[in-house]
Ligand binder design. Structure first.
Ligand code: FAD
Length: 507
């Protein structure tokens, strides 16, 4: 018999009784273990206790729950789809509500299928619960891969499409949300709708980057491309920030990226002594002493991480192409490093780190991340005010610090995702890890950084945003707020979905 979580609120008891009368009762879980698992996320510093966890085995189970909440339940409760819980600030949680564990859909009747049409080219139909790695493994059997992949392939399709899905390929191919042709969505009103740019377009554009507010994505039709076989993986070191950003922008410029022989992946990161464990392993053992002495001399270094993919047809020309692309860049002379790896190993690079950290007990620990989009014109201020005057001085930054530019014209402004108002903007991500006793210190530093941005009038946007008041959300969405609100009123008027985002539920 169901056993309640010790921290469950009294109102959840009456909800339990009602839920147990549903035909999905055997798929609803109330035991402490299920409740605890749905009460934490990758951030490990926010906790919200749900009343129950639904482990659906088919889409009808989710529809039954949403219909019950809409039509029969006298107790109002919220519903949150949960992919892998890779959010860091409770975005997939539902206090006193029901968390839908999407991963329990597994592969039962929702296998990825690969197809071709004249108008779309190759595409795949994938479950919203599916992790991208499974999608990739499936498409690779057809010699194909999703057009844009994130840096980490173990988040779910529904989870990344609710945000944007970014990485080093986005400068050229756009974020994942711009490579979707069609979706099936269970809306907050309980309707099961197919949407695309031509069918229910308002739902389509709202859901993409919509932070789970309008519906649960159960299927996405995603664009595919021919999969390369291998990658030339390069790192270039800079001591001069302006040279670093100038070269990054050059590498993502129109001229460079529209050519077949252009780079496929461009990112960058900050090298500090404190976060050495996140970058040092790339460099050959024999080169590490000179990298370390360059770092000691400058205290901060900037690193361009780039990749050029190739296959049998381009194997003989890839080196020459790479040489041309990287010619005349202004990195520190002799500080260019190159590896040649299988395409799948390149995509799985973070998984390798994850498995190592799991073994050391360092994966399920607090991650007080701060993810920003910053207009290109203010990056010099970010270097001085944030990298040097905050991160370096405070000396608490651990984890990877990513810095890379994207082209705004590769995004689609009809979608809910928001970006700064400049042709080129940078992703700046502080992917902190901390101990259970000191995540607050990182949060204080995050606040200090946000204050710096505001005090200096830098018109940034947060990626994977987290705000507490309506006013802040209005500022975040800017001119898109009205549409966002209108779509909420249309597709989820009872404010059931993804309450952990705290957009319409502020308590
Ligand atoms: P969850 O955290 O479970 O959910 C996130 C939000 O989406 C919640 O509001 C939830 O209710 C909603 N949601 C979940 N599933 C659905 C669905 N099917 N339909 C509608 N709404 C849904 N992001 C990038 O863009 N690029 C990266 O390279 C990247 N790397 C990462 C690496 C790591 C190690 C981690 C932990 C995260 C990374 N992220 C990255 C962030 C990740 O994309 C987000 O956390 C995202 O939310 C996906 O995680 P998830 O599938 O676990 O979703």
């Amino acid at each position: 018999m169901a056993q309640n979580h010790p921290l469950a609120s009294p109102s959840t008891n009456s909800l339990h009784h009602k839920l147990l009368s549903l035909p999905i009762a055997d798929k609803l879980h109330f035991d402490p273990e299920s409740i605890s698992a749905a009460s934490v996320d990758y951030g490990f510093f926010v906790q919200e206790i749900p009343a129950a966890v639904l482990r659906p085995s088919c889409l009808e189970d989710i529809m039954t729950l949403v219909a019950f909440r809409n039509n029969e339940s006298s107790i109002p409760f919220t519903i949150s789809a949960r992919g892998r819980g890779h959010s860091v600030r409770g975005q997939a949680m539902a206090r006193d509500g029901v968390v839908v564990d999407m991963t329990s859909l597994g592969n039962k009747g929702h296998e990825t299928t690969v197809s071709y049409s004249q108008s779309l080219g190759h595409y795949a139909d994938v479950g919203g619960h599916e992790i991208w790695f499974n999608v990739l493994e499936h498409t690779l059997k057809h010699g194909l891969a999703p057009v844009t992949l994130t840096d980490y392939q173990y988040a779910t399709v529904g989870g990344t499409l609710s945000n944007a899905g970014i990485g080093g390929e986005a400068f050229r191919n756009g974020p994942q949300i711009t490579n979707v042709h069609e979706m099936d969505v269970i809306t907050g009103t309980g309707d099961f709708l197919t949407c695309s740019p031509h069918k229910n377009p308002d739902l389509f554009y709202s859901v993409l980057g919509g932070l789970g507010q309008f519906g649960i994505i159960t299927r996405a039709r995603i664009a595919l491309r021919p999969a390369p076989k291998r990658a030339k993986w390069v790192r270039l070191l800079y001591s001069d920030f302006s040279a670093f950003t100038t070269d990054q922008e050059r590498l993502i410029s129109r001229h460079q990226r529209d050519q077949d022989e252009a780079l496929d992946f461009v990112e960058g990161c900050l090298l500090m002594h404190r976060n050495m464990d996140t970058w040092v392993s790339f460099f050959p053992l024999s080169d590490r002493p000179r990298v370390m002495s360059l770092l000691t001399e400058h205290k901060l270094l900037y690193c361009i991480k780039a990749a050029k993919y190739y296959d049998e047809q381009t194997e003989s020309t890839v080196e020459k192409d790479l040489e041309i692309i990287l010619k005349d860049l202004n990195h520190v002379p002799e500080f260019k490093f190159e590896k040649d790896v299988a395409f799948i190993d390149f995509l799985n690079r973070i998984r390798v780190a994850e498995l190592r950290l799991r073994e050391q007990g360092l994966w399920n620990i607090p991650h007080p991340w701060l993810d920003l989009f910053v207009p290109k014109s203010r990056m010099a201020d970010i270097n001085t005010g944030i990298f040097k005057d905050i991160a370096l001085k405070n000396n608490i930054t651990t984890g990877c610090v990513l810095i890379y530019p994207m082209n705004k014209n590769k995004w689609d402004d009809r979608m809910s995702a928001v970006t700064p108002d400049e042709d080129i903007f940078y992703t700046v991500e502080f992917l902190h890890t901390s101990g259970f006793g000191d995540w607050q210190e990182c949060e204080l530093q995050n606040k200090e950084m946000l204050s710096f941005l505001k005090d200096n009038g830098i018109k940034f946007k947060r990626y994977l945003p987290n705000y507490r008041t309506e006013r802040e959300w209005m500022e975040h969405f800017g001119p898109k707020w009205r549409t966002f609100q209108g779509s909420k009123a249309k597709f989820d008027p009872k404010l059931l979905l993804s309450p952990g985002q705290r957009i319409f539920n502020h308590s």
